[in-house]
Design a binder for this molecule. Structure first.
Ligand SMILES: CC(C)(COP(=O)(O)OP(=O)(O)OC[C@H]1O[C@@H](n2cnc3c(N)ncnc32)[C@H](O)[C@@H]1OP(=O)(O)O)[C@@H](O)C(=O)NCCC(=O)NCCS
Length: 133
């Protein structure tokens, strides 16, 4: 298995909180960035308050950050057709968020994406390693 590329992202959680505080975004944003399987998981999370401790905000931030890092690990030609919601970072029938998410690629079956995440207060960071073979 060889390393093809790497991608990194850092995200300030209040960016997502601000975005989601607008009524129109709170409906559209999750649908725009989440894979249907992720969306199912998201809908099961409690949403009683919109701050950076909210589980839904954290889940959105995690998915966003992983996919931004993933985007950076892709070649230019694939970046041009990149759609956040085509990529899934959770397993089907998942009841708990995995500690180390794996990513299912919609196109390239011979590729594996390894993810590492870290949090500190209102920041989340993700690294994605794109492997082949
Ligand atoms: C290119 C992109 C990943 C940059 O992300 P960002 O959060 O704005 O900025 P970051 O600080 O994380 O990253 C900037 C660094 O990414 C790197 N970078 C820029 N374009 C890149 C690309 N196409 N591929 C890989 N790395 C890239 C550079 O090193 C850059 O640093 P520099 O400005 O010092 O050269 C982002 O703007 C983007 O286009 N994402 C596309 C995803 C998308 O479609 N979003 C909408 C979702 S619905």
């Amino acid at each position: 298995m060889s390393v093809r590329n790497v991608g990194i992202d850092i995200l300030f959680l209040p960016r997502i909180t601000n975005l989601m505080s607008k009524e129109i975004n709170s409906r559209k944003f999750p649908l725009r960035i989440l894979h249907p399987v992720e969306y199912e998981f998201y809908e099961r999370l409690p949403d009683h308050r919109w701050d950076s401790l909210n589980k839904r905000i954290r889940f959105l931030a995690r998915c966003w950050s992983v996919k931004e890092a993933l985007f950076k690990s892709l070649d230019n030609s694939r970046q041009q057709h990149f759609e956040f919601k085509e990529w899934c970072t959770v397993s089907e029938n998942m009841t708990e968020k995995p500690a180390a998410p794996s990513i299912t690629s919609p196109h390239m079956e011979d590729e594996t994406f390894k993810v590492s995440l870290s949090h500190d207060g209102e920041y989340i960071t993700a690294i994605v390693l794109r492997l082949q073979g």
